[in-house]
Design a protein around this ligand. Structure first.
Ligand SMILES: Cc1cc2nc3c(=O)[nH]c(=O)nc-3n(C[C@H](O)[C@H](O)[C@H](O)COP(=O)(O)OP(=O)(O)OC[C@H]3O[C@@H](n4cnc5c(N)ncnc54)[C@H](O)[C@@H]3O)c2cc1C
Length: 392
């Protein structure tokens, strides 16, 4: 039998690559290997599921067996890839070796862990997969309404969980070293709006400090913060960020920086090996002053990359061009759309009106290449996208 197109990872990047490939080629054998069950779900729904009263089973949109059959894929679920031999074009897995014609690394990212002191530090949870969500959901629903959740991190995922859990009746506290929520993404006045909106749901903020230790305390947990404060919680959720999972690629000698480095055709440094998704670092178009590439851990870049990758895998040369890709932040207490400027672009946030900010160079305010919209101003999203200079 011909060597298959082999894909590692059954997240959005893996399955979307299969979908796009099958639009162009219905016969080439495809094998998808994944450490998880392989069920298809939209990962963004993990951070607004409680408000919609949905558990892990309701988040699966297509069971693994159904999607594999529909797309004519040999699915090897619960199978860990342990090594890649790029010279022999073989991957080694927990169930044996597999040859490939082309290999796609869609291995995603892993939650960043900070070392914490305390006898209960190993009880800190993070949610970056359906299985993680299953554990979190089961623990929280067993505790019931009013359970106390301490969230480490006031970034996108931390703020979304804060809104979802507070809205669902849990007592939420958020701890972050920055002095405001979403500090990396929003101008200060937009952060202030979000902070106030979540306070309206009784979210308690512990800003400008970090969690130092987690100790057991009378059947619950006690967190000690760097500022000396103590917080009692039933569950601690870490949402301090994700790091591209480059373990396999690095061990195989494939070039990696902040992610698995790919060119604008999605090729890695090894022949016949490609990458996309949260694990990849995309080459940058000539952004002045930009570093060599950037990770883009969002849905829209994956949709664009999968299309280009499928074409290249089918022998039709295609080059990745990212359009403006604003991110909708799922904080219904204050809807936000953020289109951050690419790293390296010089400029500053300029408030057009409370609820609309543009990121533009000081000497060319009309050349905005980033924006933030909040509340009712989010309806201007499409109009502003058309005005923006592309980010990558
Ligand atoms: C809570 C949350 C909310 C989000 N909300 C939004 C949002 O609102 N909008 C947005 O644009 N983005 C959002 N994102 C980001 C978006 O969901 C991700 O960018 C996207 O889902 C990543 O898909 P992926 O396929 O690259 O990675 P993953 O979904 O992480 O998939 C990686 C796959 O690789 C497999 N794998 C890894 N290593 C191995 C191995 N060695 N062997 C076998 N299999 C392996 C894993 O089992 C998994 O199947 C959110 C993310 C989270 C966590």
């Amino acid at each position: 039998m011909d060597r298959p197109l082999l894909i590692i990872g059954a997240g959005l990047a893996g399955w979307q690559t299969v979908r796009e490939f099958r639009k162009l080629d219905t016969t080439t054998p495809i094998t998808l290997v994944t450490a998880d069950a392989g069920d298809f779900y939209a990962k963004p729904t993990l951070s607004n599921a409680f408000g919609q009263k949905r558990g892990p089973a309701q988040l699966v949109t297509t069971p693994a067996a159904t999607i594999a059959q529909t797309l004519n894929v040999t699915l090897l679920s619960h199978t860990q890839v342990t090594a890649i031999d790029t010279a022999a074009q073989v991957v080694h897995t927990s169930t044996g070796p597999l040859g490939y014609r082309d290999l796609v690394l869609a291995t995603g990212a892993q939650p960043i862990r900070v070392p914490l002191a305390g006898a209960a530090s190993d009880q800190v949870l993070s949610v970056n997969s359906l299985a993680d969500f299953g554990v979190f959901h089961q623990r929280l629903t067993a505790l019931g309404d009013g359970a106390r959740v301490a969230i480490m991190g006031a970034g996108l995922i931390g703020c979304e969980f804060a809104n979802d859990l507070a809205g669902a009746g849990y007592a939420v506290a958020v701890v972050d070293p920055a002095d405001r929520p979403l500090a990396a993404l929003l101008p200060p006045t937009a952060s202030a709006q979000l902070q106030a909106a979540l306070e309206g749901l009784s979210v308690q903020w512990h800003l400008g400090t970090t969690v130092q230790s987690v100790e057991p305390l009378a059947g619950a947990l006690s967190l000690t913060l760097a500022n000396g404060q103590r917080i009692a919680a039933d569950i601690v959720l870490s949402a301090i960020g994700l790091r591209a999972d480059t373990t396999l690629a690095q061990a195989a000698g494939i070039a990696c920086e902040r992610g698995i480095a790919v060119n604008r055709q999605l090729q890695t440094s090894a022949p016949h090996v490609w990458a996309l998704g949260d694990g990849a670092q995309y080459a940058s178009a000539a952004s002045p002053g930009a570093p060599t590439g950037r990770t883009l851990p969002y849905v829209m870049p994956i949709m664009a990359a999968a299309k280009v990758l499928a074409a290249n895998l089918c022998g039709t040369a295609a080059t990745l061009e990212f359009a403006a890709m604003p991110v909708a932040i799922k904080t219904p207490a204050l809807p936000i759309v953020a289109h951050p400027p690419a790293p390296g672009y010089l400029g500053a946030w300029v408030e057009q009106t409370l609820g609309e900010w543009w990121f533009a160079p000081a000497d060319a305010p009309e050349r905005a290449h980033g924006f933030v919209l909040t509340g009712t101003h989010t309806s201007k999203r499409m109009a502003l996208v058309k005005q923006m200079v592309a980010v990558v």
